[in-house]
Design a protein around this ligand. Structure first.
Ligand code: EPZ
Length: 471
């Protein structure tokens, strides 16, 4: 099992080139299924999730190959309409193949998708939307069996919540459906616009990309194209947080500055100097960050839920107290317990996390709980005193290409190591770890309507009750 060993306390300095966006590349790969001739996706990140998407395409009968940053897909001979359970479980995004397989094959058999454990992640909106487009869907022993006896047809669909995945499924399915689809309350994330740009390049007729109401006039067939995946705004926000947490100065290249607008005010509030030019962004942090008062995650153009974890880690070493409110997922703070092991002072109550900045954190052994939680641990480790060893790296590898190389190029001391069989997931002795300052549970933060988080959780002073309320 691999681990990331980070020696903290070094200012990050230098230039980092941001990779293509994972959350764009995955639906784009699913959409290539609709094109009978070759599609080339440039700037496609090297990530385990992208590998899974390529394996799904190959299972379906396509040829999916990579040369450097370009993934080429040939989908002229689709031979299967199912996705094996093992591949479905590896990532949440596998559900975006549903619309594509149905549109291409007229039937599909998929089990329920896996992905990060962020609380319940139903797919009811995907299914109800596709049903409105003519799909007959039933569940049989954990497998979704779907077919469209008369082919997919256009429909008027209103999403009760602007789900990113459901919007992607509808757009892909509608591209070659009979008639016009009008999707209301669609997600407006940049990754949705990228999907619309790709489909349009392949011959789809889409109006209103990036707006709440999107209209798709179905066409007979799509052709292949070349497309460049947009830069990963979450990877960019993560390296911004890493630079800021170490008091560093970093230039991010290959960013789409417009997509970063929702996160920039938080960095400015923390006292960072930001300079934007072309596709570059300079982040220059003060020696000690100021507090970021409130971060509330929202669908785009609000603050992205995926960027909240690295930012929260950054706030662990800021001066003062910040409040994070998660409105998208039910359970996004699993990593807070790991940050506490490093000396962070974080109180979690349902979807709210209160972070009291400390002058420093301390290195220890921790484990990624999910993709963005893992990114938060890396940010904290860079700012911490001493050595942090991060385990369960498969989470991080789903969304960050070559993180250790990037951080090393910025002056961090970061190594990927193989854990020896039978050794603990830390380089430190138990005694050293036990010496780390733990959350004392008696800080006077008040929030909401004056309710103390400790009191709400069943009283202060009882370690057991405190633990139970924290997650
Ligand atoms: C996408 O997930 C991203 N994943 C997530 O990134 C991101 O956090 C999320 O959008 C929000 O921005 C990919 O693009 C691969 P949703 P998705 O459907 O599509 C509820 C990362 O770290 N919902 O917008 O799954 C759902 O439970 C990942 O890179 C339903 O209730 O997000 C959640 O509370 C994690 N029923 C909310 O909507 C449904 O049918 C948002 O989900 C669908 C969703």
């Amino acid at each position: 099992m691999e681990r990331l060993r980070i020696e903290g306390g070094r200012r990050l300095e230098g230039t980092v080139a941001i990779h293509g966006a994972k959350n764009s590349a995955l639906p784009l790969l699913a959409a290539t299924l609709l094109c009978k001739d070759e599609c080339a996706l440039h700037n496609c990140p090297r990530l385990s999730d992208v590998d899974v998407a390529m394996r799904i395409l190959e299972h379906l009968g396509c040829r999916a190959t990579r040369q450097d940053g370009t993934v080429t897909v040939r989908a002229e001979a689709v031979s299967h309409h199912d996705v094996p359970e093992g591949l479905m479980r590896e990532m949440r995004s596998s559900i975006v193949f549903l619309g594509a397989i149905l549109a291409r094959c007229g039937e599909a058999a998929l089990s329920f998708p896996g992905g990060c454990e962020l609380g319940p992640r139903p797919i009811d909106l995907h299914l109800s939307s596709l049903r409105r487009m003519g799909a007959l869907i039933r569940e049989e022993f954990g497998v979704l069996r779907c077919r469209v006896p008369k082919g997919l047809h256009g429909a008027a669909i209103t999403l009760p919540f602007p789900s990113v995945g459901a919007t992607e499924n509808v757009l892909i399915a509608a591209a070659t459906a009979k008639g016009t689809t009008v999707l209301r309350n669609a997600a407006r994330e940049p990754e949705i616009c990228d999907l619309c740009a790709f489909l349009t390049r392949c011959g789809a007729r889409i109006h209103g990309a990036g707006e709440s109401t999107v209209t798709v006039e179905g066409v007979e067939a799509l052709h292949g194209c070349e497309h460049r995946v947009i830069p990963d705004r979450i990877e960019a926000a993560t390296y911004m947080a890493a630079a800021a947490a170490t008091g560093g100065t970093v230039v991010l290249k290959n960013v789409e500055t417009e997509h970063l607008m929702p996160v920039l005010p938080a960095f400015e509030e923390a006292g960072c100097r930001l300079t934007l030019w072309g596709d570059s962004l300079l982040v220059s942090a003060p020696p000690r960050l100021h507090r970021v008062r409130t971060v509330r995650t929202m669908p785009y153009p609000g603050f992205p839920t995926d960027a909240a974890a690295p930012l929260l880690a950054m706030c662990c070493v800021a001066e003062g107290t910040g409040v994070f409110v998660e409105t998208i997922f039910e359970s996004r703070y699993k990593y807070a317990g790991e940050l506490r092991r490093m000396g962070a002072c974080i109180k979690v109550e349902d979807r709210v996390a209160v972070v009291e900045g400390r002058p420093t954190l301390f290195g220890t052994g921790v484990a990624c709980t999910d993709l963005r939680g893992g990114a938060a641990l890396a940010v904290a480790a860079l700012a911490a005193e001493g050595v942090t060893v991060i385990g369960e790296l498969h989470h991080l590898d789903r969304g960050y290409e070559d993180m250790e190389r990037t951080l090393t190029a910025l002056g961090g001391t970061v190594k990927r190591t193989e854990a020896e069989h039978g050794t603990a997931d830390t380089d430190q002795s138990e005694e050293e770890t036990a010496c780390q300052p733990l959350y004392d549970g008696v800080h006077p933060i008040r929030y909401g309507r004056g309710t103390d988080p400790g009191e709400r959780a069943g009283g202060r002073g009882s370690e057991g009750k405190r633990q139970a309320s924290d997650e």
